[in-house]
Design a protein around this ligand. Structure first.
Ligand code: HMG
Length: 389
């Protein structure tokens, strides 16, 4: 029985900040961001968007199209949680009016959590093939201003359903994983911005990727040429190129720059203009690839590498299903990205410095451009969300 991704939808904030403007403000050569990191723009979440509204907006088209009517498991993968106790997925459950016979929980392990959620959801479906699960990966990536990580900020969410006989991607049974207690990137509870040992984090990413590959290849017997494309977790889009070069070298594969580009083609376009979406990033890469014009990927095998600092990594794979393009939201994704409002440097900083009251005092938020849901305010220590007409 095939199990995998049956439908997939991506959402990002309606504001974008151009990295050329950031380079000017930081007196940095723009080529460092555009070429060195491979980033052009970052999505910026306004004060009335958070991980919950981004996630609900990503899932909204699936709800509208009746794809969530029979889910009985909702896993919300995030490291930008809004409550220490209540799962953010419950706000989404309410906003989308999902079935009440449903397990709902929040999953955290930095950017890796959505992959853990995908595997848990697949196991849930395998237990009883009539079951269907919803995974929502959603994050807002924040670093301190003027920190090297600043240019890699971003935000976004991907919602996908996991079911038997999936319309989009059938998962292979093999998965190679690796965990290690390291401090490459972390965010203590009292901080809004992540702390990061940037260069070290990229080294740990690569080492973890190679550990995972050895485990995956040992189970599957597959080599590089068994894959049409490789999707990577993308903290910045050039990370994929660095990882693929190191993987090819480790396997003594003949891979020049052109071959590396072919393996990654289509996977980095969305990340390049949204920035890091943490838990959602790998699935933003997958959506970008599936939406890409050109080669029909039906029956093609994809390799996917998930990495979450701290750290856990996983290589897994899947086969794209015939007719997958009919199950996508390609036009909607393209229109959303094209219609974002560009921010000036001043607007970027103003949004960055906006702080919700930390004492729980009642607060009504000004209305910005958002998706179909927004954070309306805080009342009596409770966040209140609303649908936007
Ligand atoms: P940096 O150290 O300031 O940058 O920040 P750099 O000096 O390494 O330069 C970056 C690249 O630009 C280099 O390319 C330069 O050569 C090039 P490379 O040598 O690596 O190929 N460059 C130029 N190119 C053209 N023209 C120029 C020019 N100048 C320089 N004029 C760093 C880079 C990634 C460290 C920083 O952005 C950072 O700290 N980012 C945040 C951490 C991060 O993204 N880590 C990635 C791995 S960890 C991960 O993925 C997990 C994460 O998503 C969190 C989670 O799991 O929750 C972050």
């Amino acid at each position: 029985m095939n199990i995998g991704i049956d439908s997939i939808s991506f959402y990002t904030a309606q504001y974008a900040f151009d990295l050329e403007k950031l380079a000017e403000a930081r007196s940095v050569d723009p080529k460092k961001y555009l070429q060195g990191l491979g980033q052009e723009r970052m999505s910026v979440a306004p004060p009335d968007e958070d991980a919950v509204t981004l996630g609900a907006s990503a899932a909204h088209p699936l709800r509208r199209d009746g794809k969530l009517d029979d889910i009985d498991l909702l896993l919300f993968a995030t490291e930008s949680g809004v409550d220490q106790s209540k799962a953010g997925g419950l706000f989404i459950h309410g906003l989308l009016d999902l079935p009440s016979r449903c397990r709902v929980l929040e999953v955290k392990q930095a950017c890796y959590s959505a992959t853990a959620a995908l595997q848990l959801a697949a196991a849930h479906v395998r237990g009883s093939p009539g079951r269907k699960a919803l995974v929502i990966a959603s994050d807002v990536a924040r670093y301190e201003l003027e920190n090297p990580g600043e240019a890699t900020q971003g935000c976004g969410a991907v919602a996908f359903t996991v079911a038997a006989d999936p319309a989009v991607l059938a998962l292979d049974p093999e998965a190679g994983y690796h965990a290690e207690d390291v401090m490459d990137f972390w965010r203590p509870n009292y901080r809004r911005e992540a702390l990061v040992d940037g260069k070290y984090s990229t080294r740990v990413y690569i080492d973890t990727m190679l550990h995972c590959w050895r485990d995956y290849a040992g189970q599957s017997g597959r080599g590089l040429e068994d894959f049409e494309r490789f999707c990577y977790h993308l903290p910045f889009s050039r990370m994929a190129e660095k990882a693929q070069v190191r993987l090819a070298r480790a396997l003594h594969a003949e891979a020049d720059g052109k071959r590396i580009e072919e393996w990654l083609e289509g996977t980095r376009e969305y990340a390049r203009v949204t920035g890091n979406c943490y838990a959602a990033s790998l699935y933003v890469a997958l959506t970008s690839l599936l939406d890409a014009p050109g080669k029909d990927l039906a029956q093609c095998r994809l390799g996917l590498f998930s990495y979450g600092s701290g750290c856990v990594g996983e290589w897994f794979s899947g086969v794209v299903q015939p007719g997958y393009r009919q199950a996508l939201y390609t036009q909607q994704h393209r229109a959303m990205l094209a219609n974002r409002e560009p921010l000036t440097y001043r607007q970027y900083e103003d949004i960055y410095h906006f702080l919700l009251p930390e004492d729980g005092a009642d607060h009504v938020l000004p209305q910005y451009r958002t998706g179909p849901y927004r954070l309306a305010g805080i009342s009596n220590h409770k966040r209140t969300y609303e649908a936007v007409d």
